[in-house]
Write a protein that binds this ligand. Structure first.
Ligand SMILES: [Zn+2]
Ligand SMILES: [Zn+2]
Length: 378
């Protein structure tokens, strides 16, 4: 037997898979070529890799325990060399370096603060053209009394005497597998490794206090209901004066009295009398830009739509704007007096429309083309 894999990993022959894994991780962290480029160390790293490759695989482990060399069978790597996989068990190595289970030592009192969100109501004009708003934010800021340290002025945090600053305490228990070492966060310092004997009276040791701030937010043109604007570092300061989280401003667009928004287009309906639709007219309309006129051409049908280009919402990305689409509804006269009715009958006689035959089509042609018009923006 060229190499004692158990000795290489520093585990007993009856070590559990868990213990083997832990031992490998510990050594891999120490000896990985990225951390320790010394050639001797690299040789040792190859050894622990080979040892782990064998001992972590129940089949190879069995071959090895019976006196064989599972690595020479597997890929001709030879004892102490690499098996098939080169730096095999790569995921275990990654685990050892980045895995959460490999984290040791006291945890920092300083942590990143939480993100916060605030809802902001704006009207359609502000969505269309953008605006600047002052908002009030209730948030956590660094305590100025202790500068985020959490200790009362003139005092400081001290190394925890229970864990000697390690932040964790170990306990050896006996089980049928043998001795098992477990560690848990130190109960005296909650894992921080330090204790604050006299907490800051202002923040009770948290390192931050609540405060109301006024922020100026720039709302770009083209935002929509639910758009979130990220303000980096404007969220809550973290415990121990840690870096602040981000603040998100969520846009809530208030409904407009006349215009309905669909994407970046605006829609509205104008009702005109039958005579005006037939003869044509101009109807004043307060658009987002100015007091303008909707040009109702002679012979306009009910359901027809009139686009007013570039009168909608500014596109959030890229220039240009959506359209304003005016849907026309023609009003049939009701409650006519005798004179009006007489004239209308005469008019209908002149047009030969006293007994119209009507034009029948399957389905709801009129409604369908109306919807199509709305989609095509015409
Ligand atoms: Zn304080
Ligand atoms: Zn402690």
């Amino acid at each position: 037997m060229a190499t004692d894999y158990y000795a290489v990993l520093g585990v007993r022959r009856d070590a559990s898979q868990d213990e083997i894994k832990k031992a490998f991780r510990r050594l891999a962290r120490e000896l990985h070529p990225d951390v320790n480029p010394d050639p001797k160390t690299q040789e040792r790293f190859k050894e622990i890799n080979a040892a782990y490759e064998v001992l972590s695989d129940p089949q190879k482990k069995q071959v090895y325990d019976l006196g064989g060399d599972p690595l020479s069978q597997a890929g001709g790597g030879g004892a102490g060399g690499f098996g098939q996989g080169g730096f095999g068990n790569f995921s275990d190595i990654m685990d050892a370096f980045f895995g959460t289970s490999s984290q040791r030592g006291p945890r920092s009192r300083t942590r990143r603060g939480q993100d916060a969100m605030i809802r902001l109501e704006i009207d359609l004009n502000e969505s269309a053209f953008g605006t600047t708003k002052d908002i009030q934010v209730d948030t956590a800021v660094v305590c100025t009394t202790c500068s985020g340290e959490g200790a009362a002025p003139g005092t400081s945090a001290q190394t925890c005497d229970m864990c000697r600053g390690r932040g964790e305490v170990s306990q050896v228990t006996r089980s049928f597998l043998g001795q098992v070492m477990t560690s848990r966060p130190c109960p005296q310092c909650q894992g921080f490794g330090t204790v604050v004997p006299t907490p800051c009276p202002e923040c009770a040791g948290d390192g931050r206090i609540r405060s109301r701030r006024t922020l100026t937010v720039k709302i770009p043109a083209g935002v929509d209901n639910g758009t979130r604007i990220q303000l980096a570092g404007e969220g809550e300061v973290g415990p121990g004066g840690g870096p602040a989280g981000d603040l998100y401003v969520e846009i809530h667009e208030l409904p407009h009295a006349v215009f309905q928004r669909r994407g970046d287009d605006l829609h509205c309906t104008v009702t005109v009398p039958m005579t005006a639709a037939a003869l044509g007219t101009k109807v004043p309309l307060e658009t987002l830009d100015a007091l303008e006129e909707v040009d109702i051409r002679p012979g306009t049908q009910s359901g027809q739509s009139i686009p007013m280009h570039q009168r909608g919402i500014t596109h959030l990305r890229g220039g240009g704007r959506g359209d304003l689409i005016v849907h026309v509804e023609v009003l049939t006269p009701t409650k006519m007096d005798a004179e009006q009715e007489r004239l209308l009958r005469e008019f209908s006689k002149l047009r030969g429309e006293e007994r119209p035959t009507g034009q029948f089509q399957p389905g709801q042609q009129g409604l369908f083309s109306r919807l199509k018009d709305a989609f095509n923006g015409r």
